[in-house]
Every structure is written in C-alpha cells, then in structure tokens.
Design a binder for this molecule. Structure first.
Ligand code: SF4
Length: 260
C-alpha cells in the first residue's frame, strides 16, 4: 500500500451501534494489535505487539481532518488498523478531534492496555470508550483473541476493572459471540456485567468473512472489498436475542445486538 493511498480518516460509515461514524486510524498502513482475533476484519494482524509507539503523527491526522465535512457525522471513532491505545499520541488525537470536529468521540479498544496509568489518562479525553470482552479464561482468550505472549485473562480483567473505576466518560462493553454460551458462561458474564456496570452492552457475531490478507476496507463496514476471505459459522439472531434477554433480565443493563 502506498502512503498516498492511505488516509488516516475514513467514512463516515453507518454503524448499527453509533450512527454515522467518522473513523480515525491512529495505527496506519501496517495492521498492529495486541490481539490477533480469529474473526478480525483486518485479516491476520501483521504486527502483534503490546508496545505503545507513535504509529501515525498527530500532524498527519490533523491534516487529514481538514478535508472533513462535519455535517452528517454523529460520532468520531478511533479504531482503524488495530488497537488504538497502542498509539502513544491517542490523547493528542482525541484533543484534535474535539477541537476540529466538535462531535462526541469514541475509542474502540481490546482492553489489553487499560491497566496502564498513561492509557487511563489519555482516554479521559474520550466521551465514550467501548471495551471488547470476548473471553475471561486463558483457554478462550488463546482460542478467540490470540493475544501477545504473556497476557493472561486475569491481567486483562484487572486492567479493565482498573480503567472502569477511573474513567469519567461513558463506559460500554462489546462482546463477540462465536457459538451459543453454556449456562456457566452466561453466569460468568452476568457477574462481570454486575461488577463493571457498563452503560450498554453490544453483542455481535461475525457477519462478514475474514479477509485472508491485510484489508484496508476492514476499518469500516462499507466498500467493495474483494480480498479472498475465510467464512465463519456464526450464531443466529434468535440465539443473540435470547442471550440479550437473559443478560438484561439478570442485570437491568441494556443489551443490544444485531442479527447476522
Ligand atoms: S482487537 Fe480488533 S483489531 Fe485487534 S485483532 Fe481483534 S478485532 Fe482485530
């Protein structure tokens, strides 16, 4: 991919969760994440790392924001080509979004760095943070999210809890359901919701094939991506609806889901 072909700003794309979402990509041309999820829409992660760095300069993002027409933008979402909290300048980027676009900001994160005091401080500038929670045992974490070496489910959970206590904005959870959950999984998840008290929970299931190669189109949810892909067997809408009802009944927390 040539640098000229790459823009750090994309969309707005229509999101079932957030409305018209303008995407900001603080990671750049090489997909970079502390997870390599089996269902990742970016394809196989090219750079698996837990290390924070400046991947795209704030000046470059500010430049790309100049061309944006803020009309028709409901929210600005930091996500893009990997895990946004790996960007050392994520706090600066959030500030630039606030100054230039004047729309609520949202960070989609896999949660792996949320126990880091600097990340907690950086994300305080975000209006909303949506944290991925797909797995809470080491086995499921390795099977679904395939994290960097050394990261345990207990570490991940401790970091999320620490962040939850400190974060002043709207805290949300998002969970990918790959197969129907056992009664034990449901009970475990309910206990986690009761502890975290997110504003809302989003249940999802892989509804698009996973590209076999790096796919820039995977940053958003529109665009004719013709990359060869791996198809997933996902759970059906009825299963998600029943799970959502069970979770809401037990916790009184709104649970939204989208039919695959
Ligand atoms: S956390 Fe997100 S970007 Fe990272 S591998 Fe998983 S789905 Fe892809």
């Amino acid at each position: 991919m040539t640098p000229q072909a790459f823009s750090t700003v994309y969309g707005p794309v229509r999101s079932w969760r957030y409305g018209r979402s303008l995407g900001i990509d603080p990671i750049g041309t090489v997909s970079t994440c502390s997870f390599n999820c089996v269902y990742c829409q970016l394809g196989c992660i090219e750079h698996l790392t837990p290390t924070r760095s400046v991947y795209v300069s704030t000046a470059r993002i500010v430049d790309d924001l100049r061309a944006v027409d803020r009309e028709g933008v409901d929210i600005v979402t930091l996500s893009g080509s990997g895990e946004p909290t790996l960007a050392l300048n994520v706090g600066e980027i959030l500030q630039a979004v606030r100054d230039r676009i004047g729309r609520p900001s949202l960070v989609l994160t896999n949660g792996t760095l949320l126990g880091d005091a600097a990340v907690i401080q950086d994300l305080a500038a975000a209006d909303r943070v949506a944290v991925k929670l797909d797995a809470w045992t080491d086995g499921a974490l390795r099977r679904i999210n395939r994290p960097v070496a050394g990261l345990t489910a207990a570490d991940l959970w401790a970091g999320i809890c620490r962040f939850r206590q400190a974060y002043p904005g709207q805290f949300e959870l998002q969970t990918m359901v790959l197969r129907p959950w056992s009664a034990q999984q449901q009970a475990d998840y309910i206990a986690k919701l009761q502890h975290l008290q997110p504003t809302v929970v989003y249940l999802n299931t892989p509804s698009r094939p996973k590209p076999r190669e790096r796919s820039l189109a995977g940053r958003g949810n529109e665009g004719g991506d013709r990359t060869p892909a791996q198809h997933f067997h996902c759970v059906d809408g009825e299963t998600l609806a029943a799970l959502a009802e069970t979770l809401t009944t037990a916790t009184q927390i709104p649970v939204r889901w989208k039919s695959p």
